[in-house]
Design a protein around this ligand. Sequence first.
Ligand code: F6P
Length: 365
Amino acid sequence: MYKQIGVITGGGDAPGLNAVIRAVVRTASGEFGMKCVGIEDSFEGLIGETRTMKLTPKSVSGILPRGGTMLGTRNTGSFCCFEDGKVVFPEGAIREALENLRKFEIEALVVIGGDGTLAIAQEFYKRGFPVIGVPKTIDNDLAATELTFGFMTAIDIATEALDRLHTTAASHDRVMILEVMGRHTGWIALHAGLAGSADIILIPEIPFSYESMVQKVFQREKSGSRFTNIVVAEGAKEVGKSEIYQDSGNSQAAPRLGGIGDYVRHKIEEMTGKEARCVVLGHLQRGGSPNAFDRMLGTNFGACAVRALANGQTGKMVALQAGMVINVPLSEAIANIKTVSADGQLVRTARDIGISFAAPKEAKL
Ligand code: F6P
């Protein structure tokens, strides 16, 4: 049994991070008698002027409903960079971090993060350091787990935004466009679009055509609905075109998606003559209190992660499969991103209830 373990939160924050931290600390100190140390600002707290904090059941008291992470996080830093479009893990930073872990008498790590953070965790595992991952991201794009915590809260927020846009769209007979996050996947757009009664959902997995989109707007006009609600994932793209980026990134930071909503607004106005407006939901999807589901899932993930470590598991990630939390190899979780199946059940359901994905072939139907 380890005497002391460390906890790290990395990547973009997501609602439920504090729930995981709390469950890790309570499980480790209660059931297994292990001490906990929080590493601040992702792996960065392990190098240079190191930043750590002692975590006790008392110090994590009251954090369950709080958004963000009490440990701080980073989605850029010294542990990962890009060389000729390839991800590289600088050896110097990892070596220094491993040395400091030894000095702090931290014997294993619970790493809470998405694919980028877990890829760094895998580098520690490959060098013999015990790690267990916890799947976090509002995007829900991690492979090997049906759900990541943070996703359900993001859907709630996007759904509420769609509900609100609905009434103003209807009052003004406008086309309202909501741009949501999700990186290269359409999970948030698809789920919120279904829950928030969108008329058109644009996702990266189904490239769209403006003709098809406009046809849907006119179809609705004909049937007496003079407004249209569109939800667009930030990574959605027109057939044959690339994604739209806010900035192209550099050796330290990945390129940042964003801006497709306004392109769609402009084109819709041009092609239909209707007024259109675009709202970019942005970081509102990540901030604030986690919903009940994410508090529960985060708590279960945190406790299961500690149990896995205590049972000698390493190089694994806790994952939700068929309603149960199991352990899967980290390598499986980071190998590929999990995308929406373009002919999967939810897309089919959306189409059956009259939602358009503005695919070119839909224009001919
Ligand atoms: O991965 C989470 C996420 O919110 C993505 O949906 C989005 O593309 C990205 O992070 C935004 O990152 P940043 O916080 O650096 O703007």
